[in-house]
Design a protein around this ligand. Structure first.
Ligand code: C2O
Ligand code: CU
Length: 690
């Protein structure tokens, strides 16, 4: 069973348990009859079963990883099991006696208040009874209810990690709720009722207020999370010390370097390639005639920037009238940090009338894209994106080069620049490279129909020894790129995507370029997905021998305050941006990053400034061609272990490339010790990197 399914079943059992305990509590608190006593017993028995059934599930989850089991093993199960024992000792005997006594005969020797006769098997009318169980019975059941509710809260509201303080608050609240119940059941007087209610409210309000206040504190890129292994990394002992100031004071970095110092030198050698991108709002009429309100870099998509390996790329960004501000981030391109285009981290947002000059050496060939990193969730969606193609010196192996960014905007889906089919004539026997790019927030799936093909690159990096495949779907994470290559056959070839029914690419041999655009190509949505972890061959990667730093990102969805605003946040290690502690590294470190997804949604995790080498997924070591990615889909219940070689100093964002998720918290930084930034979230430029 998948981890996600185990998580879902375990949560369902906990909720069912809470519901059944609650039902039993309500019955036991009211006037009791044999039928009602029996019903309460059945509910309580069901709840106990639901509790016990969690045990094997939690053990299985533990087998999948500590992140999935922590709060269940340390908190939820002990709470619920203890409560079940309490119920068995305190509530079960009186309920059993009641069920038996009232149903067997009216004159059974049952101690306690008198009861009205009951016919065997017949339900008593409610009016026929006035009898009540002692208060400890519903109280014990209420304790079990509270324990189950606290367990649900621990798993869904608090998540991972469940810290001692949170566990203590939850336990206290459960105890207070039980106390309040007792005060009511036992009619113990108003003072007790008021006392328990007031205390419970106080604890609740205080903890909510505290987390609200914490969320309002200044952004914290500086808090560090890093654990290290091996004996050779004593220099990293300060890794756990939060705060750049602390790092600097400890002398772990020689001197502070600003992100502004991490720019490409003006006199860097190489042929210049200059571009100007003007960001503006524009109402664009698509091929279909539909009109979309867009923000773009001069066209939709932005101009294709095509350069040669070794070129010095100089891009002038001007903002005509995008009021929200704009930047350019070179997605997947490992530029110097100061060229990374993240508003509030590496530069200020470029406001209307302002400009910014980017410069970087195009030393890595491959398929990349660029997009705004100011209010990115809005800006990219509306069209502030374009493609960046770096041709290898010597050119690509294929004769035709087709760039296909997929983008959804205003209810339309663009394949390339069109929301309608496009046809290209390619003589049979000639080779084609298709650069598929997903600039959307959700994974997209492509199908290439009519020819075998090979996957020749992923995220800009060539894959070694790619075998030919056919009738296999290509799934691309949000932000990712996959290059396919095929030889044009005698018949037509179709590129389709599950994201659109109206846009596809048709390739026809010979001159009949309009072939294939009128009739929709066959639906291939049932094709099996090609798994790239195991695809291809070539030598295994050898990582440099730097100090090993371990870091983890546990992804989830929990209610949080995002800078004071309550959201159902997308969390990393239980926190939302900008309060997720950074991963702190030194140049030369090798970071082993574990990413586990406790939630129900796929998170395309993206690392700026570096490519990650995939080491394993769900405990299975990556095989096939070396997989150097900048964006990888962590699906529900998955655990990825990747290596990042810390060779590009700076403050780098790591985030979910479902940009809506990033905007709701799933964004953090990997920062090198000793690097500082003069830019800030908000401020006079209204910087909003997410
Ligand atoms: Cu493509 Cu931080 O983004
Ligand atoms: Cu996400």
């Amino acid at each position: 069973m998948s981890t996600a399914a185990l998580l879902a079943i375990n949560l369902a059992l906990t909720i069912i348990g809470a519901g059944l305990w609650c039902a039993a509590t309500i019955i036991a608190a009211g006037p009791i009859t044999a039928t009602r006593a029996r019903r309460a017993l059945i509910f309580a028995g069901g709840a106990a079963l639901a509790t016990l059934a969690q045990l094997p599930l939690v053990l299985m989850l533990l087998g999948q990883g500590w992140w999935f089991a922590q709060e269940k093993l340390l908190f939820a199960l002990p709470m619920q099991l203890t409560a079940a024992v309490v119920v068995t000792l305190i509530a079960a005997p009186p309920l059993l006696r009641q069920a038996r006594a009232l149903s067997v005969s009216s004159d059974a020797a049952e101690p306690g208040p008198p009861s009205r006769p009951a016919a065997r098997g017949a339900a008593l009318p409610a009016a026929a009874t006035t009898r009540r169980l002692p208060a400890r019975v519903p109280t014990a059941l209420l304790a079990a209810t509270s324990a189950a509710v606290a367990s649900v809260v621990a798993g869904t509201l608090i998540g991972y990690p469940l810290e001692l303080a949170a566990a203590a608050v939850l336990t206290l609240l459960a105890v207070l709720a039980t106390g309040l119940g007792y005060a009511l059941f036992a009619r113990a007087g108003r003072r007790l009722v008021v006392g328990f209610s007031a205390l419970g409210t106080l604890v609740l309000v205080a903890s909510v207020a505290l987390s609200w206040m914490t969320s309002m504190a200044p952004p914290d890129f500086a808090g560090a999370q890093a654990a290290h292994t091996g004996g050779h990394d004593s220099a990293l002992a300060a890794a756990a010390s939060p705060g750049i100031d602390a790092d600097l004071a400890a002398g772990t970095a020689a001197a502070a370097v600003s992100v502004d110092d991490l720019r490409t030198p003006e006199d860097v050698p190489g042929p210049r390639r200059q571009f100007t991108l003007r960001a503006a709002t524009e109402s664009v009429t698509l091929a279909s005639g539909d009109t979309v309100q867009s923000w773009n870099y001069g066209s939709l998509p932005g101009p294709e920037l095509r350069v040669q390996q070794g070129d010095v790329v100089e891009v002038r960004l001007e903002n005509v009238d995008v009021a929200a501000g704009v930047t350019i981030h070179w997605h997947g391109y490992d530029v110097p940090n100061g060229e990374d285009g993240v508003a509030g981290v590496t530069q200020d947002s470029v406001l209307p009338g302002e400009g910014f000059d980017y410069r970087f050496v195009a030393d890595q060939p491959g398929s990349y894209w660029y997009h705004t990193h100011q209010s990115a969730s809005r800006g990219v969606q509306r069209g502030l994106y374009g493609t960046l193609i770096v041709e290898p010196s010597g050119g690509i192996a294929e004769q035709h080069d087709v760039v296909v960014p997929l983008h959804s905007i205003g209810g339309s889906v663009l394949l390339g620049a069109s929301d309608l089919p496009t046809a290209t004539a390619i003589p049979a026997g000639e080779t084609v490279r298709l650069r598929l790019m997903n600039t959307d927030g959700l994974p997209s799936t492509f199908h290439l129909d009519g020819t075998p093909f090979a996957v020749v690159a992923a995220d800009g990096h060539e894959l070694a020894a790619p075998p030919e495949v056919r009738e296999q779907a290509i799934r691309i994470p949000a932000g990712g790129r996959i290059d396919l290559a095929f030889t044009m056959p005698d018949g037509p070839v179709y590129l389709t995507t599950d994201a659109s029914r109206t846009a596809w690419l048709a390739f026809s041999p010979g001159a009949a370029a309009s072939v294939g655009t009128t009739e929709r190509p066959p639906d291939r949505s049932d094709e099996p997905e090609l798994d790239l972890l195991g695809y291809g061959g070539g030598p295994a990667a050898v990582l440099p021998d730097g100090p090993l730093v371990r870091a983890e990102m546990v992804l989830d969805r929990n209610p949080r305050f995002l800078q004071g605003v309550p959201v159902n946040g997308y969390t990393v290690n239980g926190a939302v941006y900008p309060r997720i502690p950074s991963i702190t590294v030194n140049e030369g470190d090798v970071v082993e990053l574990t990413v586990a997804n406790r939630g129900w949604e796929t998170h395309p995790m993206h690392v700026h400034g570096h490519h990650v080498l995939v080491l394993s997924r769900n405990g299975v070591a990556a095989s096939g061609a070396q997989s150097w990615l900048d964006t990888f889909d962590v699906r529900p219940g998955e655990v990825w272990v990747v290596a990042v070689v810390a060779d590009n100093p700076g403050i780098w964002m790591d985030h979910c490339h479902n940009l809506d998720h990033a905007a709701e918290g799933m964004m953090m930084a990997m920062r090198y010790r000793g690097i500082t930034t003069p830019y800030e979230h908000g401020g006079s430029h209204g910087n909003r990197s997410e």
